[in-house]
Design a binder for this molecule. Structure first.
Ligand code: SF4
Ligand code: SF4
Length: 378
């Protein structure tokens, strides 16, 4: 496994990091983790040198941290790095920060965190962090040895990032960085801001929630013409990992095949060359023209009070955008319970502020409901 060593971090970190936000489920649409399958994935990753594991208080409706505790505590503590996050947007008092942190240590069965993040920092959540001095509380945890490295995951525009970086001393930053968001979310500028301060970058959503694993027939063909063997997802992983200053690239893997594929990419890691970069640029242009919704499947918008399964509806619709098949759309849309489909959206707007991608969720639901009511064949 390719490893990265930063003097400020002081130990080698695997270039592939395992994100525990999309673990295999016992039942589609629920958040109950299939422990047997997920532990087998962790075992495979550990056996091949992955030593960075990323969870959060709210992943899998609170079940991800206990899974991290159960699966990783079978290994010596020094053999893995564990990262988790404070749900900044949910905080209403300083006491709550203390309570959540203590609970996280218990859930994860550890007595310190290697990496600890303010979760989903944005204009709105950063104000909450300031109001309750979350940074100060976490800084004290660091002084007590309960946190080794303190950072944040970021979801907003570069000026907000500048403010966050200028106000506090950080050990690293976590950015949504992939070849679409390089422009779309101005990830290029965000990356540059961390580079200017010599802060290691942890990459999240390198495959944009799985969307960049399939660019549609035309987009895929462009990449395969350059190199037919690697998976389409591996191009996205290599794009992120090729950037200097990247400590690790997180992948929220959902099955054994994805673990195998990502391990193959990162074990014999080769940075992208000029021909490959140029092919990605052409494939991206084709992909953009398919009008996909930029949903990463993070599920921060959930639960919808009307029962709509927002990320699953978007996943199915994006499949149509890429494959242009109404028949395929309806096969997958029919898997959703009637109560989870787009037409149940009442436009209350409760989800809008929670979406880090700024998607007009009610507007898109309206559009998808109309589309679903249309013809079922091509
Ligand atoms: S706007 Fe629609 S999708 Fe969003 S929370 Fe309200 S009902 Fe649910
Ligand atoms: S709609 Fe937004 S918040 Fe909801 S899953 Fe997609 S990206 Fe995440």
């Amino acid at each position: 496994m390719e490893k990265r060593l930063f003097t400020s971090i002081g130990r080698e970190i695997s270039l592939l990091g395992f994100g525990f936000m999309r673990l295999p489920l016992q039942q589609a649409g629920k958040q109950d983790i299939d422990y047997e399958k997920a532990e087998a994935m962790v075992d495979l990753a550990m056996s091949r040198g992955v030593n960075y594991y990323d969870t959060a208080y709210l992943y899998h409706d609170g079940l991800s941290e206990p899974f991290a505790g159960r699966s990783l505590s079978r290994y010596p503590r020094e053999s893995y790095c564990l990262a988790t996050k404070m749900p900044t947007w949910d905080i209403t008092s300083a006491d709550q920060v203390e309570r959540i942190f203590d609970e996280q240590l218990k859930r994860c069965r550890v007595d310190y965190f290697d990496f600890y993040l303010l979760h989903r920092v944005s204009r709105v959540t950063y104000d909450i962090a300031l109001k309750y001095d979350i940074y100060g509380i976490l800084r004290r945890k660091k002084e007590q040895g309960l946190i080794k490295h303190l950072g944040f995951s970021f979801h907003d525009a570069p000026p907000v990032l500048e403010r966050v970086l200028d106000n506090h001393e950080w050990d690293f930053g976590q950015l949504q960085l992939n070849y679409l968001d390089w422009q779309d979310l101005d990830a290029a500028r965000q990356y540059a801001l961390l580079a200017e301060r010599k802060l290691p970058v942890i990459v999240m959503e390198p495959i944009r929630g799985g969307a960049l694993a399939d660019l549609g027939d035309e987009g895929n063909a462009i990449l395969r013409a350059v190199n037919p063997k690697p998976s389409i997802a591996s191009w996205a992983l290599r794009y992120a990992a090729s950037l200097p200053g990247v400590l690790t690239v997180l992948s929220g893997m959902s099955n054994q095949e994805q673990v195998e594929d990502n391990l193959a990419t990162m074990q014999a890691f080769k940075p992208l060359d000029e021909t490959e970069r140029e092919a990605i640029e052409r494939a991206v242009n084709v992909y953009r023209s398919s009008s996909v919704i930029p949903c990463t499947g993070c599920r921060y918008c959930m639960d919808c009070p009307s029962g709509v399964d927002i990320p699953r509806v978007f996943t199915v619709y994006n499949l149509y955008c890429v494959k242009k098949s109404r028949r395929l759309f309806h096969i997958y849309y029919d898997y959703l319970a009637e109560s989870e489909r787009a037409h149940n959206c009442v436009g209350c707007g409760a989800c809008l502020e929670r979406c880090p991608q700024g998607i007009d969720i009610p507007g898109r639901m309206c559009e998808i409901a109309d589309f679903a009511a249309g013809p079922k064949t091509d």
